[in-house]
Unconditional design. Sequence first.
Lengths: 152, 881
Amino acid sequence: MMDVERLETILTQYEGYPQDLIPILQDIQDQYHYLPKDELKVVAQRLNVPLTKVYSVATFYKMFSLVPKGRHELRVCLGTTCHLKGGQRLLESVSSHLGIEPGYTTADMQFSLETVGCLGSCAQAPVMMVDDKYYARMTIDKVTKVLKLYKE
Amino acid sequence: MINLTIDGKALQVKKGKTILEAALANGIHIPHLCYHPAIKAIGSCRICVVEVKPGPPRPQPACTTTVAEGMEVITQSERLQDLRRELVKFILVNHPLDCPWCDKAGECLLQDLTHELGIDVVDYEAVKVPPHIDYESRLIERYATRCVTCGRCVRVCRDRVGASAINFESRGYFTELGCGHVPLECEFCGTCIDICPVGALINKLFKYTARSWELTKTKTVCPYCGGGCNYEVHTKNGHIHRVRSQGSLLLCGRGRFGFGVLEAPERLHQPLIKKDGQLVAATWDEALDYAARGLKEVIDNAGPDALYGIGSPRATNEASFLFQKLIRAGLGHNNLDSPARYNFARALAGIAAVFGEAQVSGVALGSVKKGVYQSPWEVQEEAKGSGFPFVLGNAHHLSHADVILIVGADVTPEMPTYGWRIMDALKNENFRLVVANPRKTKFDRYANLNLRYQPGSERLLLIGLMEAVLEAQPGYSPHLEAEGFEDFKKTLLKTSLSKVAKQAGVKDADLRQAGKLLAQAQAPAIIFGHDLMAQEQGQDNVIAVADLFLLIGQPCNKGSALYPIAEKNNTRGVCDVGVMPNYLPGYQSLAEGGGAFAKLWGKPVSDKPGVTLEEMLDQLENNEPEAPRALYLLGGDLVRLLPNRQRTERLLQKVRFMVVQDAFLTDTARLADVVLPVAIHAELDGTYTSTDGRLGCLQAALSPNGTRPDWQIITELSQRLGYPMKYGSAPAIFAEMVQLMPIWAGIKEGHRWPHKKISVSLNGKFVPFSTEISIPGEGKYTLIVGKTLAHSGSYTTHAHGPQTIMPGAELKINPADAQALKVNEGEPVKISSTQGEITVPIAVTVEIPRGVVFLADHFSDTPANLLTSNSNLCRVQLQKG
Ligand code: SF4
Ligand code: SF4
Ligand code: SF4
Ligand code: FES
Ligand code: FES
């Protein structure tokens, strides 16, 4: 069932113009960790934009997800520099620690793993991010430590 | 004009055209994929690249590069072909080898391109994209695997259909066509299927039934609404397999998917006659003899006046013409009408009251023999016309209007063609759209202003709009010569704008803004439809609309006109050709026009107007001596179509003898003494007139399979009644008909009347109308009975396609009301009015305001007119069912 109030608190912060679409989707993504179907329908109706437009936007940007994401989002950089500095091995390590492939979420809904193009900190490659925090000059040894910080 | 050369060929091309358009128009082939003439070019596939001099050294897309003076274009070179080959190879990397079982094979652009470019190997590889195939959606299957992401479907759906129901999802290499959620929820017009260059969108009704090259194509006209779309029916072995529109490709779902009516198992193929109270099968001769005997008996006993004729907005012009000829010449009276009386005839009468009767002069019978379906009347230099037909708009001009006011119409369900024209108009920057309707309709999304008035308060709203126009520009006066303006103004201003706004349930400010838009408009158009005309006071509603148009209209500007929506395919035609008690064909007056008819027919034509369908029913109700004893119905399922079903049924039972021609055993036909099965749709020859007066020509593609065309049946009956009429074909009837209709001068296939060369002189007089508003019945809710897009009358409920989209009636209701009734989506409610009750499931939607409910009237198992009394509006009670 849809939590009407939860969605309303987001929607009431906006005027309801079509151009509010992206910020609203961002808010929903932040709070729900994904974009639930029913909520998207309401958003489309409220902003008077076609539902297909909402989906077009929601699937275009990597920051949005249509399936539930974990509480923490891990992004491992595979940009050129990180790639050369062992990004792929870092990814494999994170992946085996969590037991999931990139693009998936752990069964306990704690972590989601993604890869990204470049995080803009090439000087400190290889880089990964957990939620909003950067972890620079990563090594395989550090993976356990970093993940521990977020485990319940 | 721009001079350029393409492949050395010197061409003169209109400014603003693209290279591709110029080439195609001059028979020069440039391979292309994402371009389609019906939509805006976006230059995304790059297959149409050409070399342009002077210009950049790299090849340019022909579909988005406009022609320039002195340009030299090369369309074929080794370099260009290499580029095209590479591009097509990229597409082929992921394209499945479905050709053997893909419906598109044989008419697929990707096949053609691969063949043309001689691609025999694809030496690229890439990650396979997972195959997403949507088998679930209704009527349309989507094979993402076959999609070449050209965006044609996305553009046509968004820009022409106005549904925005499909769009791209994800991006880059993984871009995929989606609709947000499987399955598809849209208008189901199927336009995307036909515009797709490949087999990514498949018509489920057509799937695996034929290969494209086996089909025979016959051009005819859609039988479902007043839009009059021309289309091709594709047949094989005597069966229809699909329907297609050429050119723009636009059709609505009823047109594209509704042809199943033809082969519906319920169709009648044999005449029926009543024996011992039962309708039983009979041969044609038996049935016709029986019908003639029954009618003759009534005529002999009670006089020819006792036979009343009821035409049908479904019948062709030719059948309708013969029908009125039988009544007028054969029986010598004018007692005939059609169900159009309850909607479109009101529009005509209302507009005629304000703008006068139809007049035309300066047209003459030509000496040269004209082709089939062409008027022998020629339009002379000095041709002049006036009166109501000249206020009726041309659909092709609608997109030139700078302000369109839609009032009391749900445009797309009633007539999709006007919806497409509005989409075109929206491309003009200065265009403004005002939508007035108690419900939220499709065009709300595109409107600059929405006026959500109380059901039934159209006249108050229109008064408010007129006041707002006057207020917007002090000293405002009509552009047309208008009688009685000052008096009218005085009456108007007696009630304040705020008061009418309040009564109509709209905001003062909104009315004022609408008034401003209308007052400033150079070419204002007004569209109105069923919601407005079908009320008991429909005629007054139309007068109010016509008064507003007299105030603001500028018919000398393209697009500025009145656009009433004629619901059925030939509603306009049946009126045009004289199935009316007060007009001869071509709206000629009985008093003056009869001479020419009498001369040609060798029989006098009575100048005494007949009674209308409404009046005739009242006569039956009151057992008046003039009430008819026999009815001859050319279709026109009165029991289903007219408000107050029980009354109609009761009154028809009073009639001693009833002959019905129809394709199905309709609710009216069940009461008949003789039922004669008729040919329909692709079985017919003849013509229809679209709502905007355009002549559409039908061509039979299928054998009538035991049935007969209406006109043949009429001649057979007429013969037996002692008035022989001999015609060999529909065109022969057309020839006689147009000879008697000077106002149709210059008409031919695809052209509209009045002819554009007739110079129009319009003037009008303001006509007062009643401002009393009342909705019959009692109850907490106001029921609006109207139309849906899936169906056309009850006809399409016999066709599989439309039935898949809407299998039965549903009551649309506001979420808050549903909650208050404790009924969930899809659960039944009992609707009761003073007339009767029915139970239907509900559909919860914010489109409907609180206190209002909406029911479509297509379904015979839950007939909406069981609830109504004399209007499409009534008050009802709702109860959990
Ligand atoms: S069927 Fe019509 S409305 Fe539906 S997606 Fe295709 S074009 Fe759009
Ligand atoms: S479905 Fe067809 S029309 Fe639509 S983008 Fe794909 S290939 Fe083009
Ligand atoms: S029903 Fe009307 S709009 Fe639809 S295809 Fe037929 S004529 Fe065209
Ligand atoms: S490549 Fe990883 S941060 Fe730039
Ligand atoms: S047809 Fe011109 S770019 Fe596709």
